[in-house]
Structures are given as C-alpha cells and as structure tokens.
Ligand binder design. Structure first.
Ligand SMILES: C[S@@+](CC[C@H](N)C(=O)[O-])C[C@H]1O[C@@H](n2cnc3c(N)ncnc32)[C@H](O)[C@@H]1O
Length: 338
C-alpha cells in the first residue's frame, strides 16, 4: 500500500472528473482507484488542485498491470521536479525510438537516458519527416545514443536500414502486411519503387512461388534491399533491378505491379508497357478529400491517352497525410489495349 493524495468525488460525477484528470495527465496511474459505494477516490499527482473537490490523503494499492514506458517516465519526471511531459506519441523501430519534431520538450540529457532504459532503446531520434523528393530521403537527427543501422521486424520479416539515410513509414504497416496474404504464387510481380524491400519482402514471404522483380534507384536503399533479401533468405524468388524502373523493367511482363511512390501517376506509361490484359496495378498516391471518390477517372483517362483501357477495382486509405490530404492505394486492372 502507498500513501497518496487523492480527490474524493461523488460516484455520479466520478467518470467526468476522471476523464478530465486523465486528459491533464494528473492521475497516478500506478495506483488503483478506490470506491466506497458513495464516493470514488482518485489518486492524483502532487500539486493537483481542482476547485470544488475534496482532497484527502489515503492508502492505495499499487496496480498489478505494468505501466507504459511513457507513464513510468512521466512519474519519474514528476519526482525529478520536471513539469514537462514525455510525448505520448512515438515510433519504435528495432531498438530506436523516433519522436516527431515539435512534440519533444527541451529535456536534460539524463531524461533521455531514463527514456532509453524504459523503452529498451539504444538510440533516440528527432523525426522531421520524409522529403518530397523522388528518393524520399528521411530527416532524422540523433538526440541520444548511438547512430547507425537498426533491424526492425514486421510480420516475421526483418528490415535492416539506417534511419538517417533511408525512410521507413510505420503508418503503412497494414499495406505492407496486406501484401503478404499469399495470392501471388506463380505470378510475375514488379515492385517499381522497392526501397529497402517494404512491400517486396512481404510479398515474397506470403507467396514463396511468386517471381518478384524489385526496382530501386537510390544506391543506398538498394544496398539495404540487397542485404534484406539475403537476410530473409529470399534470393530464390526476388530479382534485384538497380536503377530507374523506366529502363530496368524493359522486356518484363507483369501480372501484378506495385507502385509505392506518390509520383506513381507519372510512371503509368511504364506500368502499362510491362502489363498485359488482366494485369493488376496497385498505385500509391496522394489525393485530397474533394477528389477521394473520383481521382481514379484521371488515371483511367491518362491510360486511355496511352492506348489502354483500365477498370478501377477499389482503393484503400493507407493514412491521413495532412489536412484534407490522404495517402491511398488504388487498384486497377488492364482490360485491353485500345
Ligand atoms: C516512397 S519510397 C518507398 C515507399 C514504400 N513503398 C512505402 O510506402 O513505405 C520510394 C522508393 O522509390 C525509389 N525511386 C524513386 N524513383 C525511382 C525510379 N524512377 N525507379 C526506381 N526507384 C525509384 C526511391 O529511391 C525510394 O526508395
């Protein structure tokens, strides 16, 4: 049992007050809330003062459930007399922690050491996003620990990369894992923008009998791609094509084409050139809210100009990409050459 100050609130209003306190991060989540049938006793952080409520000091049982790393860090920050809170939102890839710029207060170094221990991380990076340039380079700066390659596991696939040199988008996890469903055995698959193998490796895992061609222009990403194919023991099903997919795909006929780059509409002619009747093309692109239910007409129109008829099969929203902007993955089937 632990002695702690608490708010004594009538049972009827307890939920409302609790959600307010949780929003303000004032609740001691490491202690169990008490309830005597008439009143609820919410253990709170030192210094909490809510007008119109009664403050008591009572004994509380410690919670059995382990508290989250952020909760634990925040408790320690309180004990250290630091008012700022550690960000609730973060990404952990391999043994590295990524925190978006703007979310992280100016903490002394010892806070990062403590955070690294809580997260079992060996590096903490400030994440400023991914460039809009064709090579989609990341902007990540080390703020604590040791910089360098990391290995991240997703759906049984190992991805090794250096987060200061190549991107990895955690928000695309469902799209990546979706490609592992195993529907490509016996098919020729072309990943026109393979990066370090984001989609290629999941397709190869789910469909070991697929013949996959992975194109990558950036030499740094390509060397990680090569490493990842070997590390996941998938050399038998993946052909690596370094360079620009507009030329490296010459002569290939694909049953399924993956275009994991926001500029994919500008590469439609390449996809169509390597297609046949029945080829499915999966295009990742950015689209605003106004055109979310119509943007595919533009792509079908472009295909018509290039002498192909496409049918729209459907789309998935991968994630929000900013105000009124969406990352979508839209699927088309090649019906015929006009
Ligand atoms: C956006 S990244 C891959 C993203 C990944 N599919 C995802 O959504 O997480 C796109 C990759 O395409 C590569 N790329 C850009 N232009 C290319 C081209 N013309 N041919 C081959 N690869 C290209 C970039 O170097 C980059 O690694």
């Amino acid at each position: 049992m632990v002695l702690c100050q608490c708010l004594s609130v009538p049972k009827g209003s307890a939920n409302k007050i609790l959600s307010y306190l949780l929003k303000k991060d004032l609740v001691r989540k490491d202690l169990k809330i008490r309830d005597d049938g008439e009143y609820v006793y919410i253990p709170v952080r030192e210094g909490t003062d809510l007008k119109g409520t009664t403050m008591l000091v009572l004994e509380f049982q410690e919670r059995d459930l382990p508290i989250s790393p952020v909760e634990s860090i925040n408790l320690k920050l309180g004990e250290m007399g630091i008012k700022d809170r550690f960000p609730e939102k973060y990404t952990k890839l391999g043994n590295s922690l990524f925190i978006k710029e703007g979310r992280l207060p100016r903490f002394p170094k010892k806070v990062f050491l403590m955070a690294a221990r809580e997260f079992h991380a060996s590096a903490i990076y400030l994440d400023r996003g991914i460039s809009e340039s064709p090579l989609r380079e990341p902007d990540a700066t080390l703020i604590w620990g040791k910089e360098g390659e990391l290995t991240h596991e997703e759906n049984g696939v190992l991805y090794t990369f250096d987060p200061t040199k190549v991107m990895f988008s955690p928000g695309n996890v469902n799209s990546r894992v979706g490609e592992s469903r195993g529907e490509f055995n016996g098919m020729a698959v072309v990943d026109m923008f393979a990066g370090i193998g984001y989609f290629t490796l999941q397709i190869a895992k789910g469909s070991p009998l697929a013949k996959i061609y992975a194109c990558e222009l950036n030499p740094i990403s390509f060397s990680f791609l090569m490493h990842n194919v070997r590390k996941n023991k998938m050399e038998d099903r993946i052909t690596l094509l370094p360079g620009d997919c507009r030329s490296t795909t010459m002569g290939i006929k694909a049953d399924y084409i993956l275009m994991g780059h926001f500029d994919s509409p500008n590469f439609l002619s390449t996809a169509l050139r390597i297609s046949h009747m029945g080829t499915v093309i999966n295009m990742h692109l950015l689209c605003d809210t106004n055109s979310i239910n119509s943007h595919w007409y533009r792509i079908m129109e472009s295909a018509r100009h290039l002498g192909y008829a496409l049918d729209f099969l459907g789309q998935n929203i991968v994630k929000s990409y900013g105000p009124h902007l969406w990352h979508v993955s839209a699927k088309f089937v090649v019906l015929r050459m006009l």
